[in-house]
Design a protein around this ligand. Structure first.
Ligand code: ASP
Length: 324
């Protein structure tokens, strides 16, 4: 009798969750990448997405919705139905710097999302076209200070990582280059390789292959230590600009009010992807920094986003990038 009652209770318990969460996912999940294909956000989304799809037993379809430094795609994602079938790959720009740069931003990174988890940390590098005259970071500094008007700097739109991190660089050097905006640093890198633009600051995962192939110059990596993926590239500290320290990141978010059970399923799938040897190797070979277990929870990401918004506003104000 007791067994029967327990079994009945179990059935009731199983039946008590939202129907959508139980069946989830029963169709493909759309993953919005707010930049053009081929750039770092897209690369990281496709690497982790591929393994997550296997765990979830459903396809993850990447949709590139580029524009306005990533804020167009994230606005779309924030307004999507919170059912787990639309998620997005945000980053330090869309969920850290954007509020300081867009007074009319249509989302609040700290309130309008259910954080899923951090996908990768991405050190920042300063890179130039192959035939750009400066050879070293010190040469680059002098060159920027003496030729600022004729130097072009590529970026992925106001508020993007490449924009904010190079804004920080220029503020420290007291120079202003001519800015050239792209829909992501994938296409920006193509033009850097082609020699149409002079330099940029970008997330490592975009750059390793082209640096190794000798198609672009790497002046420095803005982290305290060199990257195992690029052992020959000096740190900014070694190369003479120790105050330029900056790193970025990419993370998955769901729209606010996505059921907790679904967010947990997505977090679990991301966690499994980051534990998978082949997925780890792909990220590490590109210089990605894989979060440890403590840095993979949804709660950790929620707190991190708040800290990032607080961190970037004064930096961008000091750089004169924020309208008062
Ligand atoms: N790394 C880019 C940025 O500057 C965006 C991209 O992933 O293409 O924000």
């Amino acid at each position: 009798m007791l067994r029967l009652v327990l079994a009945a209770l179990a059935v009731v318990a199983l039946g008590s969750g939202p129907a959508s969460a139980q069946a989830y996912p029963n169709r493909p999940v759309t993953l919005i990448v707010p930049f053009a294909a081929g750039g770092p956000t897209d690369i990281i989304a496709r690497i982790v997405g591929e393994h997550m799809a296997r765990t979830l037993g459903q396809q993850i379809v990447v949709e590139n919705v580029a524009g306005a430094g990533g804020t167009t795609g994230i606005t779309r994602g924030a307004q999507a139905k919170p059912d787990g079938y639309t998620i997005m790959m945000g980053h330090m720009g869309t969920h850290g710097a954007a509020p300081a740069l867009y007074p009319r931003l249509r989302y609040d990174p700290t309130k309008d999302f259910e954080p899923i988890g951090l996908a990768a940390g991405t050190p920042i590098l300063i890179v130039g076209r192959k035939a750009f005259p400066p050879n070293t970071l010190k040469d680059l500094i002098t060159y920027l200070q003496t030729n600022q008007a004729k130097v072009n700097q590529a970026h992925a739109g106001v508020g993007s990582v490449s924009h904010t991190t190079c804004t920080m660089l220029q503020s420290q050097l007291k120079v202003k280059s001519t800015l050239v905006a792209y829909r992501g640093t994938g296409p920006a890198l193509n033009d850097l390789v082609g020699g149409q633009v002079d330099y940029m600051c970008d997330q490592i995962v975009n750059l390793v292959e082209q640096i190794k192939a000798g198609n672009i110059r790497a002046y420095a990596i803005a982290t305290p230590e060199r990257s195992p993926a690029l052992p020959d590239v000096p740190t900014t500290k070694e190369a003479g600009l120790p105050q330029y320290q900056v790193s970025a990141w990419n993370a998955l978010f769901a729209p606010k009010d996505t059921p907790k059970e679904i967010v947990a399923r997505l977090n679990d799938a991301l966690d499994k992807a980051l534990d998978d040897a082949a997925t780890r190797k792909r990220l590490l070979d590109l210089g990605g920094v894989i979060p440890d277990k403590a840095g993979r929870t949804s709660a950790w990401l929620g707190n991190f986003v708040k800290a990032e918004v607080d961190r970037w506003t004064p930096i961008l104000k000091a750089a004169g990038a924020v309208a008062e």
